[in-house]
Write a protein that binds this ligand. Structure first.
Ligand SMILES: NC(=O)c1ccc[n+]([C@@H]2O[C@H](COP(=O)([O-])OP(=O)(O)OC[C@H]3O[C@@H](n4cnc5c(N)ncnc54)[C@H](O)[C@@H]3O)[C@@H](O)[C@H]2O)c1
Length: 368
């Protein structure tokens, strides 16, 4: 493992960069946040002052040329991911990029091939892989304690209100709506727990126009789904039922519902995001009981994060930066890599097709 300082550039310093990437990288010894790239003059100036970073640029090309970072973390609206990833790889940078990696499967395939060909490290920011409860459930599935998983359900229900939610509500900027925003995480962690999804059926709805901004100005109506559900067959025989929606009254603003439940032949488990340090565990004939997540699953190995520091529902996310940095230092693939971003997108494209055509669709093979 190299002890050299690893210099990171942050690209797009809006919501998720502030909440996850900046705090994640800034607590890792031997990592320097060497520059930021952000086209909004006001936000760039605010981050410069707040984070004390002098090297601030409006364009990635300038940052790459002047700062020469070892790696970048890209957190822009989805439509820009492809061009920024290709530019960073071209400059020899390892790349972590937010989900969804691209606008559709064809684009994520192109991104993956470019990253694979570069020999550099690549990572998709599937944050939920780092939830302690899901780490522990992965162990319980693989250890056989739950037996054969017969069926499972995955739900993300939130109340974002009925006004505009910005770039996320347009197909030409986001690729899809609730599916690419919340659904793609659940596709990824469901496959991480249960193996590949092979076929599915789906239904989606656009329930409201979102043609008013939060300040009462009118804006272009949304053209993506704000509710979506799908049923899948996993290759291993498990059936999965998924539902996501941003218009679920009763679940806001802090009470959003993120839950997964696996029912096996020997036992069942429940993950709930708001209680990331515990699971519910139940055996036949007995009600669910709370089981604390054992110490070894509370964080990634050797992560500098203290699992008891701050709000656990937020701080587990910092382990994502640790995984990226560790993979670079150890010269190994990131987990999850761009391959996983591409796999999840193949499933997402099949979901959109199934919803549109109102039928079951097979997920195509996704070669590495
Ligand atoms: N992994 C997660 O849990 C999670 C959570 C939230 C968002 N996201 C993803 O992160 C990405 C960003 O989401 P957000 O909520 O932070 O959005 P945001 O709108 O808050 O921030 C995006 C920022 O990118 C900047 N930007 C636009 N074009 C750019 C360019 N060419 N170069 C550099 N910066 C540019 C914008 O000015 C803005 O400040 C999206 O892909 C989203 O899906 C992931």
């Amino acid at each position: 493992m190299s002890n050299d300082v690893l210099r990171i550039g942050l690209v797009g310093v809006g919501g998720v960069c502030d909440a996850v990437h900046y705090p994640g990288f800034s607590r890792i010894p031997g990592v320097e946040i060497a520059g930021i790239c952000e086209p909004s003059d006001a936000l760039r100036a605010a981050r410069k002052a707040e984070w004390g970073i002098d090297a601030c640029y409006a364009e990635l090309g300038e940052m790459l040329a002047e700062v020469k970072p070892d790696a970048v973390a890209i957190a822009t609206p989805n439509v820009y991911h492809r061009e920024l990833i290709l530019q960073a790889l071209e400059a020899g940078c390892h790349v972590m990029c937010e989900k969804p990696l691209g606008m559709d499967y064809a684009e994520t395939r192109l991104i993956y091939e470019a990253a694979k060909g570069s020999g550099l490290r690549h990572m998709t920011a599937f944050t939920y892989r780092f939830v302690p409860a899901l780490n522990y459930i992965r162990h319980l599935v693989h250890s056989g304690e739950l037996g054969q998983i017969r069926h499972a359900r995955f739900q993300r229900l939130q109340d974002w209100g009925e006004r505009s939610i910005g770039w996320r509500q347009y197909k030409d900027q986001a690729g899809s709506g609730e599916l690419g925003d919340m659904g793609i995480h659940r596709i990824d962690f469901a496959e991480d727990l249960l193996g590949p999804i092979v076929s599915l059926c789906a239904s989606s709805k656009q329930l409201v126009p979102r043609d008013l901004t939060p300040d009462d100005d009118s804006c272009r109506p949304q053209d993506v789904e704000d509710w979506i559900a799908w049923i899948v067959d996993f290759a291993g025989g498990t059936t999965g039922v998924f539902e996501m929606g941003k218009l679920s009254k009763g679940f806001g603003p802090e009470g959003d519902h993120d839950q997964a439940e696996l029912n096996g032949t020997e036992g069942s488990v429940v993950y709930r995001l708001h209680a990331p340090h515990e699971i519910l565990f139940g055996r036949r004939g007995a009600p669910y009981e709370v089981r604390p997540v054992p110490e070894e699953f509370l964080k990634r190995a050797h992560s500098p994060r203290d699992p008891n520091e701050g709000e656990p529902v937020r701080t587990f996310r910092y382990d994502q930066a640790w995984e990226f940095v560790s993979a670079i230092r150890e010269g190994r693939d990131c987990r999850p890599s761009f391959y996983h971003g591409m796999r999840a997108q193949a499933v997402a494209d099949a979901i959109l097709q199934a919803a549109e055509e109102r039928r079951w669709v097979d997920v195509p093979e996704v070669s590495a």
